[in-house]
Write a protein that binds this ligand. Structure first.
Ligand SMILES: *Cc1c(COP(=O)(O)O)cnc(C)c1O
Length: 372
């Protein structure tokens, strides 16, 4: 069935990228980070490819995302790390999902769920080593460790991980990087003192950028997201041999000849300066083609670049095809690996003043993901 737009996802590229990350991780386990529908690439098929490529675990932000993986038949170890009060912890334990905790109330809630369900609770304690986002501040870390040790002794909660997250790993040389590494070491030492840092405990800190640049940050496991999808975690340092997995295409819905002086799309931001052929590309800001792309982006169509012309609308935008037009039904590539001359996701991110994470995760649910 023809669809207006399609995101093709190259699973061989995912496998290649994960294998490359495994080499970079130097023996540490690789957790494939598949939050946000695997960064927009389609949760289950992408996760399976990551496991085939050598990831031994998968990570999600929310419990709901981990439960979706289980429903999709994924049996690998899973960790979820953003959990607020009242979330489905019982279901998570029943599905064998490991949970992160950064404060005593959540750890207690996990213990209560373990008692209620009779299931084992496996928890990772998160330290805030300097990002001031998730994690226990180091001042609150000893109390969290003490509670964890007590619950561990009681058999209510098994502590299986100690972790933190970098704020600036994508800015090589940023002074916070060393500071966070030192703070993490301190957090690990305190955990050892409390008896919650045995050899079975997985220590993890590195994201994609850290895997590429900071051997010291590997520890027992790395958590890689963006690089797995073939997008550079530090674009200034190149592509690291990664292969972009997603190609976003659409099919011209209407091609038409218009005279010089035609105002195009809302607000008439563009007025044709000659007779020309316009193409209607049926994908818009509701599908993640930001309205901000107006006048800032190009697509690949008929063997060359064509500018996005006039305002991007909710479901569509126009391209000016001049006297070398495509016909209705012809394919337009919004972004891909760049091998044919099409823009890359990185180019879209640069043109829009954002990062590739945002470009790929915003692709909406109306766009089918086709895996191959
Ligand atoms: C999203 C996320 C990652 C992956 O980050 P990338 O920069 O995409 O590799 C790792 N850890 C945590 C806690 C995250 O939220």
């Amino acid at each position: 069935m023809a669809t207006p737009a399609t995101a093709r996802v190259d699973l061989a590229a995912i496998r290649h990228n994960v294998a490359l990350l495994g080499e970079r991780a130097g023996g540490a386990e690789v957790m494939g980070v598949v939050k946000a529908d695997a960064y927009g690439h389609g949760l289950v098929p992408t996760s399976e490819a990551a496991l085939e490529g050598g990831a031994s675990r998968l990570g999600t932000a929310y419990i709901r995302e981990a439960l979706a993986l289980r429903e999709g038949g994924v049996t690998a170890p899973l960790l979820s790390w953003i959990i607020g009060p009242g979330e489905p912890i019982d279901e998570a334990l029943e599905a064998g999902v490991e949970l992160s905790a950064a404060d005593v109330p959540l750890l207690d809630e996990i213990a209560a769920a373990a008692r209620r369900t009779g299931r084992a609770a496996r928890a990772h304690l998160e330290a805030d080593t300097g990002m001031s986002r998730g994690g226990a501040p180091l001042a609150a870390w000893p109390a969290l460790l003490a509670r964890a040790a007590a619950l561990h002794a009681e058999g209510a909660v098994e502590i299986v991980g100690l972790w933190s997250h970098f704020a600036c790993a994508d800015i090589p040389g940023h002074p916070s990087i060393e500071a966070q590494l030192d703070a993490f070491e301190t957090a690990l030492r305190l955990a050892e003192k409390e008896g919650v840092a045995g050899s079975h405990v997985i220590r993890h800190l590195a994201n994609s950028a850290a895997v590429m640049t900071l051997p010291r940050a590997r520890y027992d496991m790395v958590r890689t997201g963006i690089a797995m999808y073939g997008l550079s975690p530090i674009p200034e340092l190149g592509d690291f041999g990664l292969r972009q997995a997603m190609t976003l295409t659409a099919r011209i819905a209407l091609a038409k000849r218009v005279p010089a002086g035609s105002g195009v799309s809302y607000g008439h931001l563009h007025v044709t300066d000659r007779e020309t052929t316009l193409g209607l590309v049926p994908i818009g800001y509701a599908d993640g083609i930001l309205r901000h792309a107006t006048g800032r982006a190009e697509v690949w169509a008929g063997g060359r670049r064509r500018p996005v012309t006039g305002r991007v609308c909710m479901d569509q935008f126009m391209i000016d095809m001049g006297d070398d037009p495509l016909a209705a039904g012809d394919e337009v590539v919004l972004f891909g690996p760049g091998e044919e001359g099409e823009p890359t996701a990185q180019e879209w991110a640069d043109n829009l003043g954002t990062i590739t994470h945002e470009i790929v995760t915003r692709i909406g649910s109306r766009v089918p993901r086709v895996h191959g």
